[in-house]
Design a protein around this ligand. Sequence first.
Ligand SMILES: Cc1cc2nc3c(=O)[nH]c(=O)nc-3n(C[C@H](O)[C@H](O)[C@H](O)COP(=O)(O)O)c2cc1C
Length: 153
Amino acid sequence: MKNLLIVVHSQSGKTASMAEAVLRGATRSGDGEVKAKLLFAAQAGPSDLIRSDAVIFATPENFGYLSGAMKDLLDRIFYPCQGRLEGMPYAVVIGAGNDGRGALKALRRIVRGLALHEVQEAIICRGALEAEMIERCEELGETMSAGLAMGVF
Ligand SMILES: Cc1cc2nc3c(=O)[nH]c(=O)nc-3n(C[C@H](O)[C@H](O)[C@H](O)COP(=O)(O)O)c2cc1C
């Protein structure tokens, strides 16, 4: 059994809806060989990452950067996870107002220090969350789960 972790922070619920769509997609894919779990960043810790085979970070962009709660998670896990997540596949989902690139850049820079490996195109939702974006998030979950089950990452 492989474990796929989705960690999210969200204030209005938009990024949480995106993360839930990722979870739905992941749950219906993976041939029963992947267990997908969604945790809020504030509730997650180093052991959640260490136990996982892949991770999807879902964060809003706040002030051109990750949300504080997602940054706090990365601050807390960094030393305990250093050297223990090398090569772990990851993907990123961002809820933004009109940009999102600052959060993406910051997240990539931080997880480079943990040697994670980005395996899917990042999803950035600018403005209102439309059905098409929800579908993209579900597809991301499906692809991550299927990839884990088939051992392609
Ligand atoms: C404090 C704060 C700062 C923000 N800064 C940015 C920003 O720099 N760039 C951007 O595109 N959107 C920015 N936004 C808009 C949020 O990214 C957007 O509303 C997002 O959908 C929030 O997701 P959430 O409700 O799931 O937390 C900001 C929102 C807040 C509350």
